[in-house]
Design a protein around this ligand. Structure first.
Ligand SMILES: Nc1nc2c(ncn2[C@@H]2O[C@H](COP(=O)(O)OP(=O)(O)OP(=O)(O)O)[C@@H](O)[C@H]2O)c(=O)[nH]1
Ligand SMILES: [Mg+2]
Length: 377
């Protein structure tokens, strides 16, 4: 994990107006040296080029933060992405508008149902409703508006106590390696492409690795994303290529050619298929051999339309490979946005991105506050 580096130089790069930064000492510059894309030199002593330096730590911290910061300015996008969940939960406003103490049981029953329909899951729903009931009976909440406020606070608390580290953690060694895993058709390749787009836009040099060696069309799909985002790509070679070899080759190239981030696609697999899950462990080991500490992130893609079915997937993938964050996709088409909360609560793993459409811009860094505002508008 990246250790925090001096904050002054980070702050100057966030999207806030600020005076021009003072000249910085060489070791704290953000840009990599101009020769970073130079051809690999095999004679270079191992480790001399990729050792941890303040500039790399700074770059990756900045990248993670910058992307996260953007989430706050993208609230409108998140709002439109969650429109179905919001419509679904709008019934809560109607309920609370005419709330009075004598009506508490009926209102809380209906509120409970609305949360369950939105896939908050039974455990969380009961916890939220019980807390509201206690506060109402204790006389702490005296109006519908106060009840709604406490409801929002409870959801925010659930998200921030267990899944607060929503920034990408890219470590301090070049290249940072991100593996994208998940079941078939969840949106791995699409999310990888969108993520490449974001990272590239922030100035990172990104390499894509076509680690889905299972489906013939998978590398074509990733090649289209490489073209669309202007990123280079490492493809599988030979007959029956092994995913771990492709990823290992990609990370080696990333290391030799000064890439900042290598994004690794993988085949979709059922979390119940033991041998396919083991293949992921092999992939993980293969990249760690090339860059110690890699992969920095293992992002599990979960399809928002599957609702609570995603919970066993999350548990299994986490047990086998250790998931560092979720990407929740297809929340644009789903009225089940509450699953964001249940999946964070279940394993204490943060949601890092949400997919709210099929376009290149439709991957939003997750921001708990914006999310709560979006679903309980
Ligand atoms: N509406 C919507 N569609 C999405 C989103 N993310 C992905 N999709 C669509 O979901 C479908 C599957 O996406 P892929 O990226 O190919 O999924 P995958 O997990 O890589 O699939 P496999 O490699 O076959 O396991 C595609 O049609 C995508 O356009 C999203 O956030 N919203
Ligand atoms: Mg794919």
């Amino acid at each position: 994990m990246a250790s925090p580096s001096p904050s002054s130089h980070h702050l100057s790069l966030l999207a806030k107006p600020s005076p021009p930064p003072p000249p910085q000492p060489l070791g704290l510059r953000f840009r990599f040296p101009p020769n970073r894309s130079a051809a690999p030199s095999l004679s270079r002593p191992a480790g001399s080029r990729f050792r941890c330096s303040a500039s790399q730590t700074g770059f990756f911290n900045r990248l993670g933060r910058l992307i996260k910061e953007k989430a706050k300015s993208d609230v409108e996008k998140i709002f439109s992405g969650f429109s179905k969940t919001r419509e679904n939960l709008a019934v809560i406003d109607e309920l609370l508008l005419y709330w009075n103490l004598a009506d508490t049981d009926r209102v809380l029953d209906e509120l409970e149902e609305a949360l369950l329909v939105a896939d908050f899951g039974p455990r969380i729903t009961v916890r939220i409703v019980d807390r509201l009931r206690e506060d109402i009976l204790a006389g702490k909440l005296k109006s519908g508006a106060e009840i709604k406020d406490t409801l929002k606070k409870s959801v925010l608390e659930l998200l921030t106590t267990k899944g607060s580290k929503t920034e990408l953690q890219l470590g301090f060694r070049k290249p940072a390696v991100v593996m994208i895993v998940g079941v078939n058709g969840g949106g791995k390749t699409t999310s990888l492409g969108k993520l490449a787009n974001r990272l590239k836009r922030e100035g990172a040099k990104v390499l894509l690795a076509a680690g889905d060696t299972f489906r013939a069309a998978a590398s074509d799909q990733l090649e289209i994303w490489a073209e669309r985002t202007g990123c280079e790509i490492v493809l599988a070679e030979g007959e029956k290529p092994k995913a771990s070899s492709v990823l290992s080759r990609a990370v080696k190239r990333g290391k030799e050619q000064g890439f900042d981030v290598v994004l690794c696609d993988t085949s979709g697999r059922l979390h119940t298929n033991y041998s396919l899950m083991e293949e992921l462990v092999a992939c993980k080991k293969a990249v760690a051999k090339v860059v110690p500490g890699a992969p920095n992130e293992i992002l599990l893609v979960l399809d928002g339309t599957t609702g609570l079915n995603m919970l066993p997937q999350a548990r299994e993938f986490n047990d086998v490979v250790g998931v560092t964050g979720y990407i929740l996709t297809k929340l644009d088409g789903s009225a089940r946005g509450g699953c964001v909360v249940s999946v964070v609560d279940e394993l204490g793993i943060p949601v890092k991105f949400v997919g709210v459409g099929e376009g290149v811009e439709d991957l939003q860094p997750f921001d708990a506050e914006a999310f709560v505002d979006a679903i309980f508008a």
